[in-house]
Design a protein around this ligand. Structure first.
Ligand code: NI
Length: 435
């Protein structure tokens, strides 16, 4: 009998909790709509005043001022220009991190909009146009809006929210550290210890109102390799006196092409091995002594990544040896696999469906592009999804891709973006609240 009362009590509690959660979501939806024009004007300001990776000084200042105005505890200068806000809810519970990246790109804007960027900057010693050509301006604006919404319902929050405004997602300038890797290194996932992280990316090729996602490997890891072949120089007219690094490298390049076609189980996950640069020789009648090539490896699965690294080394070393040449191979990890924890993804997709409408949440193919959100997911479970930013009725084929001068974002999806981030926070807290 006691047991029955206990379970009935628990059941009643969970009904009350879910009713409270539903009421909070109604507030979130109303507040997101009322904040829309404010968020759009923030985004336009960031768009007109873009800053390159590790140089997001003014952007950081505006974010910090806004968070402080909401009574959120603020840390600045995290991983150079990053801003971290901590919002402690009125009730105990997990720590949920929400992340937005802040940096723009060395691209000269060509879009005819009143708030187009005319900014110039310096990138690796070159004078360049600067543009938010990946939409990070919209991420910052939406997360500022999300912070305002969650701060307004602070007393009802069952846990703590950590707002992570991250610099240098596109990669730090040469010789500098930066991005998510540096934030993690500086302890952004500690004090308080973060339990879960959510992030979104606007997509110029997904219609406004839609959300796309993929469990497990959603975006690829990016590794760079440099291979140096050392042979023996000779006159081009007497190649038998040489160990020709150009012919050797040609065989190696073809050998590398067999890794994806013959070693990767493509029914399980995709992979890419591309050589993008080959440098050797000075004139037509000299066989050079050395050759250098550089390329990229993209994978969606850690085991496949390890296997490819091993095969690149084996194939290169053995082909070089068979030619009498020597090979030096250096593989560096640039960005890890953006890996959406499958259990977390399964639990949270209904939240996205409730925010966008079931038919608007679409399981998508993996992307071979990389995202440094992966560095957080390497430490804790996380979910990264895409938010539609393409005008309704437009064709993907007619839309400029990210990182190009014609990149364009429809702002109509911002309310959904804020709702999605807030509701993921609320639902996660509700599922994992301290009993
Ligand atoms: Ni991006």
């Amino acid at each position: 009998m006691k047991k029955i009362i206990f379970f009935a009590g628990l059941f009643a509690c969970s009904i009350v909790a879910s009713a409270q959660n539903t009421a909070l979501k109604v507030k979130v939806a109303q507040k997101a709509i009322s904040l829309e024009s404010k968020v759009i004007s923030w985004r336009r300001d960031f768009h007109q005043n873009p800053e390159l990776s590790n140089r997001e000084f003014k952007t950081a200042e505006k974010i910090a001022t806004h968070l402080r105005s909401l009574g959120i505890e603020v840390q600045t200068g995290v991983a150079k220009t990053g801003v971290v806000g901590i919002l402690k809810g009125g009730k105990p519970g997990p720590v949920v991190a929400l992340r937005a990246d802040m940096d723009a790109l060395p691209v000269k804007e060509r879009v005819n909009i009143p708030f187009a960027s005319k900014a110039m900057g310096e990138y690796n010693g070159q004078e360049v146009g600067v543009m938010h050509a990946c939409g990070h301006d919209s991420h910052v604006a939406m997360l500022m809006g999300t912070a305002e919404i969650l701060a307004a319902i602070k007393s009802d929050l069952k846990g703590t929210v950590k707002f992570i405004f991250q610099p240098a997602e596109e990669g730090a300038p040469e010789g500098e550290e930066g991005g998510a890797a540096l934030m993690v290194k500086e302890g952004v996932l500690e004090n308080p210890k973060v339990d879960v992280i959510f992030g979104l990316h606007i997509s110029a090729q997904t219609e406004v109102g839609k959300i796309t996602y993929r469990p497990k490997g959603a975006m690829a890891s990016s590794d760079w390799f440099i291979i140096k072949i050392k042979g023996k120089q000779s006159h081009g007219a007497s190649p038998w006196q040489s160990v020709d690094p150009i012919v050797t490298a040609s065989q190696i390049i073809l050998g590398l092409q067999t890794i994806v076609s013959r070693n990767v189980d493509l029914t399980e996950s995709a992979a890419v091995v591309s050589v993008g640069k080959v440098t050797a020789g000075v004139r037509s009648n000299i066989i050079p002594e050395e050759l250098e090539m550089a390329g990229t490896i993209r994978t969606l699965d850690k085991k496949v990544q390890e296997m490819i690294h091993k095969r690149v080394t084996e194939i290169t070393t053995n082909i070089a040896e068979s030619a009498g040449a020597t090979a030096e191979i250096k593989i560096t990890k640039q960005t890890l696999i953006t890996y959406n924890d499958p259990t977390l993804t399964e639990k949270m997709v209904p939240t996205l469906e409730a925010a966008a409408g079931k038919e608007n949440v679409i399981l998508t193919a993996a992307a071979t592009g990389a995202e440094d959100f992966s560095y957080y997911q390497d430490k804790i479970p996380g979910l990264f999804f895409f938010l539609g930013g393409m005008p309704k009725g437009k064709n993907t084929a007619d839309t400029a891709s990210h990182h190009t001068p014609d990149f364009y974002i429809d702002e109509g999806g911002f309310v959904l973006g804020m709702k999605a981030m807030c509701n993921l926070t609320l639902d996660y807290m509700n599922m994992n609240a301290s009993k």
